[in-house]
Every structure is written in structure tokens, then in C-alpha cells.
Design a protein. Structure first.
Length: 91
């Protein structure tokens, strides 16, 4: 596990901030399902927890804020970036 925090801080609570946050997670190879708690995510390569305690704190606080302001749109944006990462073009 790295000591450096790899996840972005949430830049705000706007729709643009939501989009930008998931864009950065995707670009860093750290995209995950927002319904999963970061503490429960395990790296397939190492079998270890993917995120450090500091990263989990940032992710949980960011997700709580995003869900509070955007509801299900959080899932829609995350899915959009998942499709992009997988090379899937939605209908």
C-alpha cells in the first residue's frame, strides 16, 4: 500500500464537480462502484485492500456529499465512466 494519497479531493458539490471527480478516478485507474464502500474493495492483483485509510476517508466523505446533492445521478455518472473504461458505447 502506498503512503501517498492517490484519490482526488472532491472539488465541490456541483454537477461539474461530480463529473470531474469520476473523470479523475477513471484516469487514475481507481474507478469503483459508488455503492461499494472503499474499505471493502480488494485489488485483484495483490489481494490487498485497494485504498488506504486516508483514501477511504476522502472517498467516503466525497460520496456522502455527492449522494446528498445528486442522488442517483452519482450512479449514472459512475456507470458512464465504467462504460468508457471498458470501451462500451451505451445505447
Amino acid at each position: 500500500m502506498q503512503n501517498q494519497v492517490r484519490v482526488p479531493e472532491l472539488p465541490g458539490k456541483s454537477r461539474l464537480a461530480l463529473e470531474r471527480w469520476f473523470y479523475k478516478l477513471n484516469a487514475s485507474g481507481l474507478l469503483f462502484n459508488p455503492d461499494d464502500r472503499p474499505e471493502s474493495i480488494i485489488s485483484i492483483d495483490t489481494g490487498e485492500q485497494l485504498f488506504s485509510a486516508a483514501e477511504c476517508r476522502i472517498l467516503n466523505e466525497s460520496l456522502d456529499r455527492l449522494f446528498e446533492h445528486h442522488g442517483d445521478t452519482v450512479r449514472e455518472v459512475a456507470l458512464k465512466y465504467f462504460y468508457k473504461a471498458m470501451g462500451i458505447k451505451p445505447d
